[in-house]
Design a protein around this ligand. Structure first.
Ligand code: MOS
Length: 733
């Protein structure tokens, strides 16, 4: 394994992106393209009793209206947690059913987008409405113990020792309930599909984190062979989990294109994305945390209620992370899923860890004040080398290093402990807060093909998607270094099912950890194949030089890698569009990535407006392969954490269902004026066990723990403890 740190290179696709030559899914306009728009349900739940299409059909340019009356041949989607491909098992427009407000009920296809939108608004529908429960706290929202929620991968509650007994016997304890609103991710690129049939072959252009799932999932729903489907997704305009599974519009767009014999494009408008895609479930977490008089944690009891839909159980993994924050003496969790009449909630950057960190790290802060201990010290004191759940060692856990280095960079020693003890010259209350965050170090199988030519082309195909996180740049950096070529000469073919390697889901922060080892193995295989040509080329020769000496025009090799504990069966999964992640529990060790965030808040004494002049965050993600894109990912995660703490909430009126603030004017995110500087740093120590490349993953841990660092700072500034996110001005008056 190489230990030398990677040097920084610019993003390899930067010029393409700023010049607009990087082609995103719905940028594609095949000849003869038509445009689709949805009519959406205006009731909270029920069924369609009658539809009057006459006014819609009369709109000039309308070619097709797809309703449940034509879709009988389509199969419903299968839910990812049932070994399927989609974010939910419910497929709108396949039946007259309305499962939630805002779901599509008809798809209108016309020559122009304007005509399609106009006609979609003219469909008259008579509904039969039934009572519904649209939010976590709604009457009729049934809470089901997670252990009774049958899915393909059941999750047990965690029991380590006798937490109840240890908690009741402890001299110091806190008992807090922490709640978080449902949240909606809004990548710049909307959800959308372009579907074009050529005879019986379907080509789909789409921004997706899993071209493989789309290929095999569409085959299933349309009743065609997967061999007849190509999915092309070389770039994604932000994939934070929403695009990690099939979306509702895909099968309908492909169906409409087949019916019409013309390509169809459907771009789901922002308002509809809020209503018919996955979102971060609302949660209610109760943490009981106890310590002995020295501050050592004796027990944590963790109860979580997480929102799910009526039709699926989106499982809660909150407790798995909660159990790994510290070396508690004893731990017990109890998770329930609360069924609501909504789309199935889903993965949204640090899907569980963001909420978990808010609860656990708030409770730790509260306990530190009870004990009159420094919040950094209490965290250092309760670090652990072994995983309390399995008893296995952590392959690497540098969270204490993150805390100490971060504290130093931040200037934590200047903090005076008492709430309201730090005032700025202008009278602003100053608060300083700290929190840690965790994210599982996942891994998985991958296949790679690498091709080198005498002209100096290096082309590598891998099963991973570029969603803006910078994987192309990381791949170029790694391949360039292993083959002694310039990064610019490396082309990575990603997100394209024609590439010959399976395009499995890129998510769970396993993109690098699953694809880079395969890239390295492919480079090694290529090196060996070049050596076998017997050219006796001098040490350090490039593939092009060796091929020239050998009189060969090109050479191509394949490689496949697995995560520890995996075998060829895992390849079978990704070859058929499924996922095969493993970790954080491996046969002999447990792997997580870590963050420590330090935040300064300034709160205006009169208006109580909260601003964040500076954040310092330190990360342990194993080896950093691509310093520039890693830093960018980390800064982005911190910005999101600010939004998560101070802004983000999907507002639901329980009388009607749906989301009221379903646009980015009213679903607030932070702006430049809210945040001053964000300094990020990396421990950059390769993990010795998790994979050959020493990578643990970064994309999600960057967000975990930002929110509690902020609310802990707010407490330090004001003496007011926020146990609900987002915390807003009115909470501090
Ligand atoms: Mo990401 S939330 O794991 O797609």
């Amino acid at each position: 394994m190489q230990t030398r740190s990677y040097t920084e290179i610019p993003r390899v696709d930067a010029y393409d992106k700023v010049r607009g030559t990087a082609t995103y899914g719905t940028d594609n306009n095949p000849a003869g393209l038509t445009h689709g728009a949805f009519t959406t349900a205006t009731i909270g739940k029920g069924r369609i009793a009658a539809m009057d299409l006459s006014a819609a059909k009369a709109v000039d340019g309308v070619r097709l209206i797809v309703t449940h009356e034509q879709t009988g041949t389509l199969k419903p989607a299968r839910f990812i947690m049932q070994h399927g491909f989609a974010f939910q098992s419910y497929s709108p427009v396949l039946t007259p059913q309305v499962a939630y407000r805002g779901q599509p009920v008809a798809l209108v296809v016309a020559d122009t987008l304007e005509a399609a939108i106009d006609a979609a608004s003219r469909i008259l529908i008579t509904y039969e409405e039934v009572p519904f429960a649209s939010a976590l706290n709604s009457k009729g929202a049934e809470a089901v113990p997670q252990t009774e929620a049958a899915t393909a991968w059941p999750i047990e509650d965690i029991v380590v020792g006798d937490a109840e007994a240890a908690y009741s016997a402890a001299p110091v304890k806190v008992d807090g309930t922490y709640t978080m609103s449902q949240q909606h991710q809004n990548p710049m690129e909307l959800i959308g599909t372009v579907a074009a049939w050529d005879g019986d072959h379907l080509t789909v252009y789409e921004g997706t984190q899993s071209a493989g799932a789309c290929k095999f999932g569409l085959a299933e729903q349309l009743g065609v062979s997967a061999d007849n489907i190509t999915v092309i997704s070389p770039y994604i305009g932000g994939g934070f989990g929403q695009k990690n599974t099939m979306q509702s519009q895909q099968v309908l767009t492909a169906f409409a294109a087949r019916e019409l014999g013309r390509p169809v494009k459907v771009v789901v408008p922002r308002r509809q994305v809020f209503h018919d895609s996955s979102f971060r479930p609302a949660t209610r977490q109760r943490v009981r945390l106890s310590a002995d008089s020295t501050g050592r944690f004796t027990a944590a009891i963790y109860d979580v209620d997480a929102q799910t839909s009526m039709h699926d159980f989106f499982q809660s993994e909150h407790a798995d992370t909660a159990a790994r924050h510290y070396g508690y003496g004893a731990f017990r969790s109890f998770a329930r899923l609360v069924r609501t009449d909504t789309p199935t909630p889903g993965y949204m950057r640090a899907p569980f860890e963001h909420a978990t960190a808010f609860a656990i790290e708030s409770a730790v802060d509260e306990l530190a004040y009870e004990l009159e201990m420094d919040p950094v010290q209490i965290r250092l004191l309760n670090d652990t080398e072994t995983d309390i759940v399995s008893g296995l060692p952590h392959s690497s856990r540098h969270v204490s290093k993150c805390l100490s280095r971060g504290a130093e960079m931040f200037g934590w020693e200047r903090r005076t402990p008492a709430p309201q003890s730090m005032l700025a010259e202008n009278g602003d209350l100053i608060g300083m807060g700290v929190a840690i965050g965790l994210y599982a170090g996942a891994g998985g199988p991958n296949r790679a093909t690498i091709r080198a030519t005498r002209e100096g082309v290096i082309e590598i195909s891998l099963g991973v998607h570029e969603m803006g996180q910078g994987i192309r740049t990381a791949i170029a950096n790694v391949v360039a270094r292993h083959l002694n070529v310039a990064p610019e000469s490396v082309t990575a073919i990603l997100g394209d099912t024609r590439s010959g390697v399976p395009q499995m889901l890129t998510a769970g922060s396993w993109g690098s950890a699953s694809s880079i080892p395969a890239a390295e193995a492919a480079c090694e295989a290529l090196r060996n194949a070049l050596d076998a040509l017997g050219t006796n080329a001098p040490e350090g020769s490039s593939p092009a030089e060796i091929l020239t000496l050998a009189g060969r025009s090109e050479l191509s090799v394949n490689a496949a890698t697995f995560a520890p504990g995996q075998n060829k069966e895992a390849l079978g999964e990704i070859d058929t569009g499924h996922v095969a992640p493993t970790g954080p529990m491996y046969p002999d060790f447990v792997t997580y990535s870590y963050a420590a965030h330090f935040v300064e808040v300034r709160i205006e004494s009169t208006t109580r407006r909260i601003r964040i002049p500076r954040v310092v965050s330190m990360f342990d993600c194993g080896r950093v392969l691509s310093p520039r894109t890693a830093r960018s990912q980390a800064i982005g995660g911190v910005v999101w954490g600010v939004g998560g703490a101070l802004r983000e909430a999907g507002e639901v009126d329980e009388r009607y269902g749906g989301v009221l603030n379903a646009d980015i004017a009213e679903y607030l995110v932070p702006v430049n004026a809210d945040i001053g500087s964000i300094d990020v740093g990396f421990i950059d120590e390769p993990d010795p066990m998790v994979n050959r490349s020493g990578i643990k993953g970064l994309g999600e841990v960057v967000l975990a723990g930002v929110a509690p660092a902020i609310t802990n700072a707010v407490y330090h500034a004001t003496g007011i403890r926020a146990r609900h996110l987002p915390v807003r001005i009115e909470d501090l008056i």
